[in-house]
Design a protein around this ligand. Sequence first.
Ligand SMILES: [Zn+2]
Ligand SMILES: [Zn+2]
Length: 424
Amino acid sequence: MKFNAPRGTNDILPPESTKWQYIEKITHNLFTNYNYQEIRTPIFEYTELFQRGIGEVTDIVEKEMYTFEDKGGRSITLRPEGTASVIRSFLENKIYGQAQPTKYYYIGPMFRYERPQSGRFRQFHQLGVEAVASNDPALDAEIISLGIRLLEKLGLEDLDVHLNSVGCKSCRPKYVEKLKKYLNENRDDLCDNCKDRIEKNPLRVLDCKNEGCKMVIEDAPKITEHLCEDCRIHFDEVQNYLDLINIDYTVNPLLVRGLDYYTNTAFEIKDNSLGAQDTVFGGGRYNGLAEEIGNRDIPGIGFALGIERLLLSLEEQGIELPVEDSLDLYITVIGDKAKAEAFKLLDMLRNEGLKTEIDYLERSVGSQMKSADRMNAEYTIIIGEDELNKNSATIRNMKSGNEKEVKLDDLTSEMKQLVDKEVF
Ligand SMILES: [Zn+2]
Ligand SMILES: [Zn+2]
């Protein structure tokens, strides 16, 4: 019998997992600086939440959800994204009764039944933020800058913000009617998919990659020319705030999001480094979402970023994350009596915060030294019968080859000094 991980999933093994830890650490630190707090929602929710919160006519809900009936006969779905759960939680826990806005972030696995391909998995991971209960355009700029700063902190360069406003429920329907009319006039030049979309979801025609469709779209009416006064002001203000903190952006009227609850700001962060523009992640305002899933008029804005996708960008730009993969000290042991003493020392060293390792395979001194090398030990020490008798041993700096004799009783304090100050 042989087991494999399910199709579309993968094991994140060391040292790869250290990159994940690094990204998570940077995320926790940076998001905390922006005063976002972590929220952890369940991995699964009632299916209806996603049907309402993502929309029935999206690819996710139509084709990609992991949905099953539990033993109680309830329809359950593994979360395909994070926003619906966060807003569900905000409403359910009556967080709106507290001081606002509420600023949350999350990191965790998401599940979509997609055809596995490079960088795309059925269990994948997202980190995201949601700022709820404020419609202040400064918050839109904060969210966008937070995304950019995160990528910059990880070392990514050549990033471009594409920015648009998708209007609101008072101005967008009029625009959509105009767009429909235009698309119908040019119906013959559209791909079959887009012919279908004219009625179902005409905004999605705008991001079709088909060459014929692109030609039609070029002359299509632009939403930025059809915004109502409020939406126009909001959009201008977002741009003003981005200017204030020197975030470059390109207004892209073709950047839209298909669902009705999306309002105002929509943005995507693109990676320009390889010539072809590649979206790293996107986000935007969803002032209609709380209404959709909880009959409450509460604005919100956020973004979600795929960690697998982010790792690909880092790889493409040749960025090595500064991950910690060394050992402070490797204790080489000769003989059983020394092993007992070394094991006690090991415990003390570790409790003092020193990353320490010992041999567990009763190997020769030569093999143990090879292990020390493989584990990138900064220092090694040999403990055998002689050392026990003298109650002292020699610490060796593996890089410089320098050595220092220490009393075994002083080993921990000596090592602490060495690691802190790198004295020799
Ligand atoms: Zn509007
Ligand atoms: Zn098309």
